[in-house]
Design a protein around this ligand. Structure first.
Ligand SMILES: CC(C)(COP(=O)(O)OP(=O)(O)OC[C@H]1O[C@@H](n2cnc3c(N)ncnc32)[C@H](O)[C@@H]1OP(=O)(O)O)[C@@H](O)C(=O)NCCC(=O)NCCS
Length: 183
């Protein structure tokens, strides 16, 4: 599957085989399959659960892979993985249940933060969904305490539209972005 490029980063679509190898501690196989080097401390228990869930979703509907997880990679040298990002699923899978919208999710590993990577990644995901699939409506849900993430979506022009209670993550604020056809 083609990767998504941005100015400084490459977003490599994560396959079921990559997740399989990673969770089975066949880390070298995973690295070779995705063309990247993994950080030693990833995935933690939380991300293992998250990847397991995505693995089951992709096994059920393989055609949806492009709407799930991307490894964020620095495209030079050892090609270190510096985070992961993507969508919650194909159009229609989002917290506000808008049939035309996709919801973005993102995480940059601690030692790579505050370099504008997350902003660049979310912008690249929006550009990709817009140019490849004509998506014009984007959603993000963020804890009210998550200052960096709140700053990020505001910078990209998202507007606060609601809030909800998430079983796992607690209170979350909902943000939406609508882009015009020419954007
Ligand atoms: C949120 C997250 C993805 C941001 O990643 P990042 O690559 O550091 O973000 P960026 O560098 O693109 O920019 C974030 C902006 O948020 C603000 N910001 C970043 N860290 C901040 C902090 N600790 N406190 C307050 N504001 C902060 C700044 O405005 C920053 O821009 P600046 O560096 O120019 O000042 C990262 O902190 C992360 O992975 N957190 C854990 C996972 C998470 O919360 N994901 C989002 C779930 S909704």
């Amino acid at each position: 599957m083609a990767s998504i490029r941005s100015e400084r980063l490459e977003l490599v679509s994560i396959s079921p085989d990559f997740i399989d190898a990673l969770l089975a501690e066949r880390r070298r196989d995973a690295e070779v399959a995705a063309g990247l080097s993994l950080p030693e401390d990833w995935p933690d228990a939380h991300d293992r659960g998250f990847l397991n869930f995505r693995l089951r979703q992709m096994r059920e509907r393989p055609e949806t892979q492009e709407w799930f997880v991307y490894a964020v990679v620095l495209p030079n040298g050892e090609r270190p993985m510096v985070g992961h990002a993507g969508f919650h699923g194909p159009p229609g899978v989002n917290v506000v249940k808008a049939p035309d919208a996709v919801e973005v999710g993102y995480s940059i590993f601690e030692s790579y933060r505050r370099r504008g990577y997350a902003t660049e990644v979310v912008r690249a995901l929006i550009d990709w969904a817009s140019s490849e699939h004509g998506i014009r409506h984007f959603v993000a849900s963020i804890s009210p305490e998550n200052e960096p993430s709140l700053a990020l979506v505001r910078r990209l022009g998202f507007e606060r539209t609601g809030r909800h209670w998430d079983e796992e993550d607690g209170e979350e604020v909902e943000f939406e972005l609508r882009i015009s056809d020419g954007a």
